[in-house]
Write a protein that binds this ligand. Structure first.
Ligand SMILES: NC(=O)C1=CN([C@@H]2O[C@H](COP(=O)(O)OP(=O)(O)OC[C@H]3O[C@@H](n4cnc5c(N)ncnc54)[C@H](OP(=O)(O)O)[C@@H]3O)[C@@H](O)[C@H]2O)C=CC1
Ligand SMILES: O=C1O[C@H](COP(=O)(O)O)[C@@H](O)[C@H](O)[C@H]1O
Length: 501
């Protein structure tokens, strides 16, 4: 375990839930395996219903680790679980929890040689949004706010009014700098790499504007269906689940003005400036879809009008991006599972160079794959070696893990949990951003587009396919098929590869 972090008591509310099993305990395990947890810490899982004894809870966590981490090292899991306990709590009664936190702090104090004032509390609210208000009240009543950092999960309200209510609720007990609003997309290595790519490369930054870029696509299709989360989806829908959160944050990073530093105040200010220039979305330029069969999912109304797919056109009214459309697309039960940003460049106008088969050359595209194995690809035109002056299209590729010496990628929740313990809010969302994003999407909430059915395994409803200037890259582009094959494991050395297929 690492010693440069303050001693911690971590309390995970919703510890028997889906997020805890899939991401939070695996995140803690990975941090433990990498020696990145504090030297002195205790973990308390909490919820209204007890899974049984501490050992029963540990067994439940062990099973989650086996499922979501895979090859679990007992030398890591054993000591982590030894320091993990379960205690019930609810909005109405937190007395048992308060006693458990005090006992955990005593155990930490017995070994750390530090003072109580040095022991931090990390309170993670992995509970349904409706539970947050009551839980904050309970934490305040039980005196658990001091020395705490509070992590809250999306969705941050369901519109501007409810987001402000949520903000007021949090502010009744916590100062703003204690609150860490998490969007796990910002914890993805590849998303942070957007900033490195842009601001550390003289090749890109001067070209990152409307003079050079024709359009940008932020495309996050998912193959999975709502997978048993019907009740959550009925209350949330794709716009709130994915677009106002993850895709909007990706937009913020792609379109960001130079923040001049990688620290919370700078990144937040730059993102706020960008979001303030985003034009409220025109509902006429939004397509909602629902996959065929969604209404048969458990806990879904037989006449549900909830969208499982969204495609939207977004404009940013500032000097850099005026007249450059940004297209956002995401949905469940689509043809592929990807997180792809495509920056399409304007044509250089040197039309005397022609592709082999004649016609117009394909546009240059910078393709950023935000996968767990992130990649960057750039479509370029080159001369086909041979007797004629004919263009051929090639791809420059960079595998951001395989090709980078010393790569040590962190999974998104692993990274963000670490940042909370470090007290670093750079990759967390401010309440101003949340407000502005709801303002931007309010016209779509007020005038919801009709929901169009689409087939499972397709790329969404027909009107969405026609939304972007020049069409979507995913699902259409031959090099994209090639990139997908490489993703499947046949990775070769990086460099330019002639386009096939
Ligand atoms: N699952 C995912 O992939 C993602 C989830 N999220 C967010 O994370 C949060 C948790 O989601 P998820 O784990 O999927 O949800 P689950 O429904 O699986 O789990 C919720 C947990 O919260 C507890 N809980 C439920 N109601 C209350 C309540 N009124 N008061 C206190 N505790 C309560 C439950 O335990 P008990 O009944 O014992 O109290 C349960 O363990 C949500 O805000 C969700 O939007 C965000 C990103 C992805
Ligand atoms: O927050 C959410 O994100 C997941 C997609 O996240 P990823 O890291 O697996 O790409 C999405 O499936 C889920 O509906 C949403 O709540």
């Amino acid at each position: 375990m690492s010693s440069d972090l303050a001693p911690h008591v971590l309390v995970l509310f919703g510890a028997t839930g889906d997020l805890a099993a899939r991401k939070l305990f695996p995140g803690l395990y990975r941090l433990a395996a990498a020696g990145r947890l504090p030297e002195h810490f205790e973990v308390i899982g909490s919820g209204r219903h007890s899974p049984g004894s501490d050992d029963d809870f540990r067994q439940q966590v062990r099973e989650a680790l086996a499922e979501f981490v895979g090859d679990v090292d007992e030398a890591v899991a054993g000591p982590l679980l030894e320091r993990t306990r379960f205690v019930t709590s609810s909005a109405d009664d937190g007395s048992e929890l308060a006693a458990a936190v005090a006992e955990a702090e005593d155990r930490v104090l017995a070994t750390c040689g530090c003072l109580l004032g040095d022991v931090r509390r990390l309170l993670y609210l992995s509970v349904p949004p409706g539970a947050v208000k009551g839980m904050v009240g309970m934490l305040d009543r039980e005196d658990l706010v001091a020395r705490s950092r509070l992590v809250t999960e999306k969705p941050f309200g369901t519109d501007l009014a409810t987001a402000r209510e949520l903000h007021d609720v949090l502010a009744t007990a916590f100062t703003e700098d204690q609150v860490f609003r998490i969007d796990h997309f910002l914890g993805k290595e590849a998303v942070q790499n957007i900033l490195a790519l842009r601001f550390a490369n003289g090749l890109f930054e001067p070209a990152w504007n409307r003079h050079t870029i024709e359009s940008v696509q932020i495309d996050v299709p998912e193959k999975l269906t709502v997978e048993g989360r019907g009740s959550f989806y009925e209350g949330t829908g794709c716009l709130r689940d994915m677009v106002t959160t993850h895709l909007a944050q990706l937009l913020g990073f792609v379109a960001l003005e130079d923040p001049h530093a990688f620290r919370a105040s700078a990144i937040r200010a730059a993102k706020a400036a960008t979001f303030s220039a985003v034009r409220p979305i025109d509902p006429e330029r939004v397509v909602f879809g629902q996959y065929d069969g969604y209404r048969d999912e458990p806990d879904v109304a037989p006449d549900s009008q909830v969208e499982t797919f969204v495609a939207a056109e977004v404009w940013i009214d500032n000097d850099r991006w005026r007249d450059v459309p940004f297209y956002l697309r995401t949905g469940k039960a689509l043809a592929d599972g990807r997180r792809t940003i495509t920056v399409r460049f304007r044509d250089p106008r040197h039309r005397w160079l022609k592709p082999e088969g004649g016609g117009t050359p394909e546009p240059n595209e910078l393709v950023i794959e935000l996968a767990d194995q992130p990649r960057i690809a750039i479509d370029v035109r080159a001369k086909r070696p041979g007797p004629d002056m004919a263009l051929v299209e090639g791809v420059f590729r960079l595998d951001l893990v395989g090709d980078v010496p010393g790569a040590d990628p962190l999974e998104a929740y692993e990274r963000l949990l670490l940042d909370v313990m470090r007290g670093d809010r750079t990759l967390f969302i401010s309440s101003e951003e949340v407000d502005r994003l709801w303002e931007i999407f309010q016209p779509v909430l007020d005038r919801r587009p009709p929901v169009e059915t689409y087939a499972v395994g397709s790329w969404g409803p027909a009107p969405a396919l026609e939304l972007p200037l020049g069409g979507w890259r995913l699902g259409n582009h031959p090099p994209d098929r090639e990139l997908r094959q490489t993703h499947a494991g046949s990775s070769g050395p990086s460099g330019t590869t002639p386009r096939t297929g």
